[in-house]
Design a protein around this ligand. Sequence first.
Ligand SMILES: Nc1nc2c(ncn2[C@@H]2O[C@H](COP(=O)(O)OP(=O)(O)O)[C@@H](O)[C@H]2O)c(=O)[nH]1
Ligand SMILES: [Mg+2]
Length: 313
Amino acid sequence: MGLLDRLAAGEVSALARLATYVENGDPLGIEAIERLYSQTGRALVIGITGPPGAGKSTLIDALIDAWRTRGKRVGVIAVDPTSPLSGGATLGDRIRVRERSDDPGVFMRSMASRGRKGGLAPATASMIHLLDAAGFDRIVVETVGVGQEEIDISSLTHLTVLLQIPGSGDGVQALKAGVLEMADIFVVNKADLPGAELLARELSGIAALTSTLQPAGNAGARVFRVSATKCEGIVPLVDEIERIGERVMRDPAEHAERIARAELSALITDRIRASIREQTATNPEIDRAVAAVARRRTTPRKAADLVLGSLTR
Ligand SMILES: Nc1nc2c(ncn2[C@@H]2O[C@H](COP(=O)(O)OP(=O)(O)O)[C@@H](O)[C@H]2O)c(=O)[nH]1
Ligand SMILES: [Mg+2]
């Protein structure tokens, strides 16, 4: 029996194998997504983002428990943007989500940018499709929330939960412009520590401000105070995620189109970038343009217009 049949039969080992192919950009993974894509679009995809150490993984662990109680199957994708240069801790140290090898209703994978040729966003999108096709009802994508990749990845999810923690002294933490605006839910985690209320008030202010900039009818992000380690405040948070999820599922086309646009954009820019950077571009038009620009026979802008024109013809 082929891997896809075994996946359809719910075999965890088949899913694990396919996930590895997808993670590595292996042709077998690409082919699997080609064949599975038409069966996707059922899962609710939730991005969870925030600075390192905010408790994202711990919170996801608590969310998994809540969803399992409600009969939902949960897939988790931990995106690690670590570059070989920053030489941070290995991913294994960072993932604190408990292994649940005994529960087929939970599946976890990490995606690292280390050694990857293409961007993280297209690879993450493929992993989301795989877990979706495997029948997971809720797919959580954990990202660190400080770089451009995180913003790209949030465009692939139905909703984004932004974690912040009290007591850092400098208010809202380590956020790239645009991250606050894309949050659908703010979570003050570690509410067992002092300063949680102050931070929650600050975030409420930001939420009120950003909601006035949103299209009419958008109520703005709500703020939840939780303690992931003590499992406090989890139920109201899950209720809110589910409430937003119901809204998404009532009008799935709108979100499906937004996500499809983001995935196409990531794939296309990735491919163009790769073919331009490669010494021998796969597209001779690009080679000619590169040579012409290098020899000052044309300007970079004119050459870019020419190449784009040839790609869109
Ligand atoms: N006091 C307290 N510590 C927490 C809470 N949630 C997570 N932590 C701790 O914060 C640290 C980082 O957690 P982790 O989930 O790995 O953070 P991540 O990097 O955002 O995924 C761990 O030592 C957790 O035990 C919480 O609600 N209260
Ligand atoms: Mg983590």
